[in-house]
Design a protein around this ligand. Structure first.
Ligand code: ADP
Ligand code: AMP
Length: 218
């Protein structure tokens, strides 16, 4: 099964991705995570991406399309399928993905678009914190760890907030992403794979809707 998780920053893609991976055999591919890894290791891609990410802008398509193509070619994905999170983010990237799928003989089965009103996204991003060891995502109010200071998933004790979740960057990130989104929706509606999900409900309710869609694809 090959999937795309769509939604503005803060919609809950990473949170739902963890739950989908627990239930379905797919490999989570987050372009944001790949860029953050590359930045922390100061690779050439990380150095190129940093100035864009710091300002909430998109990294240029040629850089992003290339890392996705490389990742989708790997054997774990050939075997189990992919779940893209944060890619494609504009029409050109969607067209690039169609081409990559053709070259790799992969079929896109579903696009899950998690929709959440903007004001709620701002609240979610400002309260987001992440486990430094395993990457599990939490929220100070909506989704705290069960035991304060301990990750539910791996037991880790160190957490961080993303630099680009600061209020100054969030507004621009949301604007940039919103503008690019509309043609993407149209592209995937025409392809007959688009599913809109109301993401303004609690985490388990959102997962139930996604699970229903995915279980019908099997
Ligand atoms: P994305 O990957 O789309 O940017 P995340 O999964 O990181 O979004 O979620 C953003 C923030 O919102 C996190 O702090 C997360 O714990 C919280 N969150 C995710 N889904 C929900 C939800 N359905 N209701 C309330 N808060 C949520
Ligand atoms: P995310 O973790 O998905 O919110 O992504 C964090 C940042 O990484 C974004 O604000 C962009 O700067 C960059 N990024 C992630 N995915 C893409 C993409 N598909 N195209 C361009 N830039 C991206």
């Amino acid at each position: 099964m090959n999937l795309i998780l769509m939604g503005l920053p803060g919609a809950g893609k990473g949170t739902q991705a963890e739950m989908i991976v627990d239930h379905y055999q797919v490999v989570h591919v987050s372009t944001g995570d790949m860029f953050r890894d590359a930045m922390s290791q100061q690779t050439p891609i990380g150095l190129k991406a940093k100035s864009f990410i710091d300002q909430g802008e998109l990294v240029p398509d040629e850089v992003t399309d290339a890392i996705v193509k490389e990742r989708l070619s790997q054997s774990d994905i050939q075997q189990s399928g992919y779940m893209l999170d944060g890619y494609p983010r504009n029409l050109e990237q969607a067209q690039a993905l169609t081409q990559i799928n053709q070259e790799l003989k992969q079929t896109l089965d579903a696009v899950i678009d998690i929709q959440v009103p903007t004001q709620i996204l701002i609240d979610r991003l400002s309260g987001r914190f992440i486990c430094r060891n395993c990457g599990a995502t939490y929220h100070k109010i909506n989704h705290p760890t069960k035991v304060p200071g301990t990750c539910d998933r791996c037991g880790g004790h160190e957490f961080y907030q993303r630099d680009d979740d600061q209020p100054a960057t969030v507004k621009n990130r949301l604007e940039v992403n919103l503008k690019m989104n509309t043609p993407l929706i149209d592209y995937y509606q025409k392809a007959g794979v688009y599913h809109e999900v109301d993401g303004n409900q609690n985490i388990d309710q959102v997962f139930q809707i996604i699970d229903k869609i995915l279980s019908q694809l099997h």
